[in-house]
Every structure is written in C-alpha cells, then in structure tokens.
Design a binder for this molecule. Sequence first.
Ligand SMILES: N[C@@H](CCC(=O)N[C@@H](CS)C(=O)NCC(=O)O)C(=O)O
Length: 257
Amino acid sequence: MEATNHPNITIYRGWDTPTKYVWSPFVTKTEFRLRTASLPYTSAAGSPRTAPKGKIPYIELSTPTRPTEHIADSTLISKSLGERGIARDLNANLTALQRGQDLAIRALFEEKLYFFTGHERWVKNYYTMRDHVLWAIPYPLRLVIGNLAYRGNVRKMYEQGSGRFSDEEISAFVREIWDGVSGILEESRRGAKSEDCFWVLGGEEPTEADSTVFGFVVSTLVCDAAPQTRELVKSEFPVVVEYAERIHKRWFPDYDM
Ligand SMILES: N[C@@H](CCC(=O)N[C@@H](CS)C(=O)NCC(=O)O)C(=O)O
C-alpha cells in the first residue's frame, strides 16, 4: 500500500484541530484511507462554504504530472486516489459477493445511520452541536446561522424520512445497526491475533467498508453532541471500541485517543 508518485495532499477537515479526530465520520474515513495507504498529508480547516460540493471533507491534490485538483466527497476521493495510481484500490481483490457486502455496509452507515445520528446531534443536543460546528462564526451571528442550520437539518431529515420517527424508534434503529456491526466484528476478531487489527470483511487487509466503519465509530466516540449513542456503543458493544482502538494505535498514534 505504498504511494507511487509522491502527491502533495491537503485535507480540509472543517476544524482547526490538527491533533484531534473531528466529529465528521467522513473526514476520519478519508484520513483512514490516506494513512493506510501511507500517504502523508497536511490538515487544514476549510469549511462547507468553500468546499467544491458544499460539504467536508475535500482534498487538494497536486502531483508532478497533473495540475492541482480539488476533490470532494469521501467516496470520490478514495476512488480518485485509486484511479490516479496514488493508492491501491482497496476493493480490487474482493469477490463479487464481497464487493456487494462492502457496499451494503457503507450504505448502512452513510445513508442510514448518519441521518439517525443527525437527529441526536442536531435536535436533541442542538446547542452543543451548534457551538462545535459553527466554531468559526462569532456571536451573535452564530445564533442566526445556527438557527438556519437547525431548520435546514430538520427539513433534510424529515424529507429523507428519519425525521418522521419518534426518539424511541430512532434509538431502536441505531441500536440495531450497532448490534449488527458488532456481530460482524466479533466474528472477524476471532480470526485475528491479539493486538492485530481485524477487518469488517474478515480479510487480512482493510476494505472500503473499514474506512467508513472506522470513521463512524470514531465520530461516535468523540462527539459530545450524541452522548446516548456514545454510551450505547461503549457499554454494550465493546468489540466496536476495540476495533477502533487497534486501528488508532497502528495508524493514528499522534491523535488524542
Ligand atoms: N457524501 C459526503 C458526505 C459529507 C458530509 O455529509 N459532510 C458533512 C459533515 S459530516 C457536512 O459537510 N455538512 C455540512 C453541510 O451539509 O452543510 C462524503 O462522503 O464526503
């Protein structure tokens, strides 16, 4: 998993805290992708307002052979690295069945859990979320922008469908997802040596699903605006925490745990 043509990469993470994980699962997903490919990178704050697709993360990529590019979306970033020969395609050696399973797990987190978690963050713990996400916007403007962000998120979750469930229903769905991934990881850990990383599909190397799952586990553990889910994962699904701890020790030792 070595870099082949020495690119310069800057990742825009949304926050100016270079030695800490950020609350966005998609940012940590991308950092996992870069680090497991042994690609050095620089971190910068950036913001959704300056992002090519209006969301973080995005990267600035320069190589000796191509003009500087800005690439947005964690999945497209990963694909671009593979297509440009900068990192190996993580899923290249999977069977068709495994590719389907990998995709299904990513979709479960990115298209389903993300919205349920958004409810806990933006609706149940609004003030914590607002002040963290809008750290760069001074008061009193933060109150106005926060209110717009709140309304935008509530509308988005209602239209996506998650916003139509009760708190209890959302909590039950969230538990079901973590219970499911915990079962997968238990099985995978059984095949790994103690202390070694183990992977979602149970192989020797990480796949795209690991980028996503690691991103979401870390996001759950570090986010103060979703204490209920954090407590659930820590107390009921310890294998999930262990999965992330082993990856942290190997690839993110410079970050606060
Ligand atoms: N599909 C995107 C999702 C990225 C995403 O949703 N980022 C959130 C932070 S977790 C964001 O930037 N939200 C700001 C906004 O929607 O205005 C990816 O994979 O990168």
